[in-house]
Design a protein. Sequence first.
Length: 47
Amino acid sequence: MMSPGGAPNGLTFVVATLAALAFGAGVYAVRWLVDVVREFGAGGEQR
């Protein structure tokens, strides 16, 4: 992993960790939204 501008490896690791956590949270949120939309869509169609 290259550190931009000669930043310390610790800072690069923290930034990479935060980016990975944000990406994971985004994927989880998208999955949750898809499930909610599917449930509402299925419920609306059935009713």
